[in-house]
Design a protein around this ligand. Sequence first.
Ligand code: ZN
Length: 189
Amino acid sequence: MESNDILAQPHPTSFLHFLWPLSQTRWCYYLEADVKKSDTVIQLKKYNKTYIEYFGAKSYTLEDDKGNGVVVSIKSVDGTNAKITLNAVVGKDFKTSDKVALLFPLAGLSGDPTLISESVIGSKTELLNVIAHELGHTCGGLYDLCEKGNIMYGIAQGAVPPLNLRRRKISKYYTPTDQEEQWIALKGR
Ligand SMILES: [Zn+2]
């Protein structure tokens, strides 16, 4: 049968990746120091500056390993010193011994397996966008970019059609002074 012949064809290993749907995917940025409820600054462990600067002036959950948490509103981020300044007091005491972390929600995470989170995805179209986006990282070796009408827009579920790949230079989402020409950079083309 023709279809069996096709299925029996060996695939390049770079295109074989597992996709795992998960209910929730987050990065945990653990605290370096205890936090008091009257504090307005959170000291995180000294993670890579770029990763810490993923946090913008938005709201995130601060939570311990038992699920006790609060939502904090970020005023500013000092990536070099891993310091997060809030718009208001934390409102609850937290101890590092309880594995307290500031949680960064992810729509998906590239790699093998590629993880796809259902919790921040609203529609089937968004889900497909996120899968294509994460496989763009995993299989294509592409970066997150600033252009909203691009499948590699930094917030995958916020990308808007038409979702293109581009030959021209586009700024990277997390380091806008760097650029990528996707069609040149695309692995396995
Ligand atoms: Zn991405």
